[in-house]
Each structure stands twice: as C-alpha cells, then as structure tokens.
Design a protein around this ligand. Structure first.
Ligand code: FES
Length: 318
C-alpha cells in the first residue's frame, strides 16, 4: 500500500519539504503540553519563522495541527502584536514610546526614524530591511530611551544613534546590542527561537547592567550603615528588612529586626562555599541565584510578608 503524501491531508499551500519540516517541529511543540492546543503561541512563531509573517497557510497549518478552526487561530494571531499578518522586514526596529522612554526621547527617536526611513508604524522599508514599530515598555526603563532590534536591547538611544543603527542594518552590517547576545539575528531566526527552538545564545552577554544594579548597591550600602553596632554578621539576618532588595541579593550580614524572634529569621542565601553571592556588578542571567517565589515575595513585602495587622475600626462607622 502506498503511503499517502503528507501534503494530501493539508489544505496549506506549503511545498512538501516545508510541510514535512514544519510538521516535525509542530510535533515537538505539541509534545510539550498536556493539551496540544496550548502550543498555539509557539506554533504561530514557528510558522512565522518560515515566511517572516503568519500567512494564510500558517493559520491553516496551526488549525490543522491543533484541531482548531482557522477563525480561532486568526483570533489569537491578530491579538498579539508580535505576530505579523503581512511580510515583516529582516529587522523589526521597535522604539519604546511608553511613558518613561517617551519623555526621555523615545517619541523624538520614533519621529526621526520615521522621517529618515520614510515609513510609519508597522511599515517596512522598500528594501525589506526594516519594519518600524512603536513598542510598549520593554522592562528596560533604567536605560531609557530604548530601541529594540528583533528584541535585542539598544539602550540609551538618541535620534542620531538610532538613525545610524538603522543605516547599518540596511547596509547589512553586524550590529552589537548593548546587552545580551553579541549580534542580532534575523526576524525569521528570532521567531524560531520564540517557538522554543533555542539557538544557544540565550545567556550570551550581560543581563543586568550597571544602571539596573545601581539601586541594589545603594540598598546594600544603606543596610551596612543601618546595621546595629555589635550585632555583627550572624548568617541569620532578616531578608525582609524594609528597603532590602530581593532575598537573592541580601548579604548574610543583613540585620535582624529587633522584634524578630530568632526562629522566624531566615538565613540569607549564600553560595556553596558560604560566601555572599557576588552582586553589584554586571552579571549574566546564567549567574543569577535561583530564588523561591515565596522567598522573593516575602523580601518585597514590608515586615517580611507578615500580614498587616487589622486596621482599627473607626468609632463612628455605622
Ligand atoms: S518605558 Fe521604555 S522600557 Fe520601560
């Protein structure tokens, strides 16, 4: 009996080789989830990695793979702005124009780039090199104004530096992000990574830079000044003292609260040799200390996450 060609069961217009490769990758995505349809988001990135956008074929492919209707897939693909419904440029240049970046120059950068490239939001240069976008906060406000190229950070930009960056991208030159990977990959390659097929570069370069860690250094300096004389390092300091940052970065000498029973004090995390984690400098994500969510939450709450006492009831409530 002759096996039915794969394409005979698909309503997509992909050629046989593309369909076979996509189907193999889709199987890997589906295998990650107890319910296969949970794989829709990475699968949309997968089809986007083939054509540079989520085409009609991509919609149909996802629907066939996950037992959904094309309308259901389209509803998701049109909701998230990371999915493009028309051919995208080789590089998405996203200018953060959210509040902080905007006032720090993001609006001026976008306007200059728009004028320089002669394209507006979500439009692509005629050479197919750049799609310009306004983007929302990229959690890099300490480096405002920020420009992203295929989701790599270019910090502290100006209209001049951003136009130079765009010119280099259009000229096919390699550009180096401020943090993270050493170079920028193509939009299609980035989409494949977002589909969950790593390129091995996730922990390349610096993660938290100097500005991100400045507050940490101030908090640690303040903790050292506030330390009660004679208390000394006990290794059982309170990781939740007011103003103290996340438990992952609290030095072992952090003082306990005067009113804190000894059995409530939780030891600050230390490295395997007992030394405090090295912080205060630049570090990559690979060097970060794992923190249990409950510890991290306690560290951020005043009084170590203890519930606030019941507010006194006003006497004139009725
Ligand atoms: S406002 Fe631009 S990164 Fe947060």
């Amino acid at each position: 009996m002759t096996a039915e060609p794969l394409g005979a069961r698909s309503r997509t217009g992909y050629d046989a080789a593309t369909l076979e490769a996509l189907t193999a990758d889709a199987e890997r995505i589906k295998a990650r989830y107890p319910d296969e349809r949970s794989g829709l988001l990475p699968m949309l990135h997968l089809v986007q990695s083939v054509e540079g956008y989520v085409s009609r074929d991509g919609i149909v492919f996802c629907a066939e793979q996950l037992g959904l209707t094309a309308a259901e897939v389209s509803a998701v693909a049109t909701f998230y702005t990371q999915y493009k419904r028309h051919p995208n440029g080789e590089y998405t240049v996203g200018v953060c124009t959210n509040t902080l970046c905007a006032v720090m120059g993001g609006d001026a950068i976008f306007d200059r780039l728009s004028q320089h490239l002669d394209v507006g939001h979500d439009e692509t240069t005629p050479d197919g090199a750049i799609t310009l976008e306004r983007v929302e906060c990229n959690a890099a406000c300490d480096y405002a104004p920020v420009v992203m190229v295929n989701w790599e950070f270019f910090d502290n930009q100006t209209p001049e530096s951003a136009t130079e960056l765009a010119d280099r991208l259009r000229a096919g030159e390699d550009v180096a992000p401020t943090r993270g990977a050493a170079s920028v990959c193509s939009f299609k390659a980035m989409s494949r990574v977002l589909a969950g097929f790593p390129d091995g570069r996730a922990d390349e370069g610096v993660g938290a830079g100097d500005a991100t860690l400045a507050g940490l250094r101030l908090a640690r300096a303040a903790a050292a000044v506030d330390e009660p004389s004679g208390s000394g390092p006990t290794g059982a300091g309170d990781a939740s003292s007011a103003g103290t940052p996340s438990a992952s970065v609290v030095p072992p000498s952090a003082p306990a609260r005067p009113d804190q029973p000894a059995d409530e004090a939780s030891p600050a995390p230390a490295s395997a040799d007992g030394a405090a984690p090295e912080t205060g400098g630049e570090q990559s994500s690979a060097e970060r200390t794992e923190v249990a969510p409950e510890d991290d939450e306690a560290a951020r709450l005043p009084d170590g996450g203890k519930p606030n006492p019941e507010p006194e009831k006003g006497g004139d409530d009725d």
